[in-house]
Design a protein around this ligand. Sequence first.
Ligand code: PEP
Length: 255
Amino acid sequence: MRRPVIAGNWKCHTRLESARALAAGLRERVDALDGIEKVVCPPFVYLSAVREALAASSIRLGSQDVHWEDDVAATGEVGPQMVAELADYAVIGHSERRHQFGETDEMVNRKVKAALAAGLKPIMCVGETLEERQADLTEQVLMRQTRSGLAGVELPDGFIIAYEPVWAIGTGTPATGEDAASASAAIRQEVAAMFGPDKAETIRILYGGSVTPENIAEFMSQANIDGALVGGASLRVDAFSSIVEEAARVKAGAR
Ligand code: PEP
């Protein structure tokens, strides 16, 4: 049985006090909820403060990116061992990093390897643009990003891949449950081709793109989808908590 995960990506939002308040509010609402991994990914500069606010709680911490090396001349970057001192997870290859900051498949691969070596759990993001979907290239893109991102990786059980169609991120237009499920199936198939079907059965695939409390059930009810990566709605205690609660309810019912 794959353990579901709901991760909140705070992106370049919050300030010190609002980050603390958001963490405290979430702690109050979902700390006691079992059977689901809850992760928040604040900006790097607030990792310490949010870690303090979540100390001894069941809510885990992730970074939104990670560099592929520590102890190098790489101004502005944050190394994997640094992140691992504060957090358990690292989002890698988010579409905003790929499309706004020129991150390549090869960079994603280096980051995944370095994060694993530092003891972090990567949340590796893949997803097609609208143009790629319209040109019927979705599967091809997902296969390429999965294959390149995981090349030469010693894949741990439970590894997390987030399927995030670029056109659905922050747009209010989510994929349908059916489309997200078929994309997730293609990703799992690619992992099976690389690492064998048994390993592929253990990996967790999250859907991301305009997830809300109202639509989360549609995604969680798909057998191939094990959770969600949530952007906008993760900035509101009530919305993110409702997503976590609903996701746990749907997956518990499916067992
Ligand atoms: C994201 O940032 O990964 C994301 C899916 O954002 P949103 O939920 O706002 O679409």
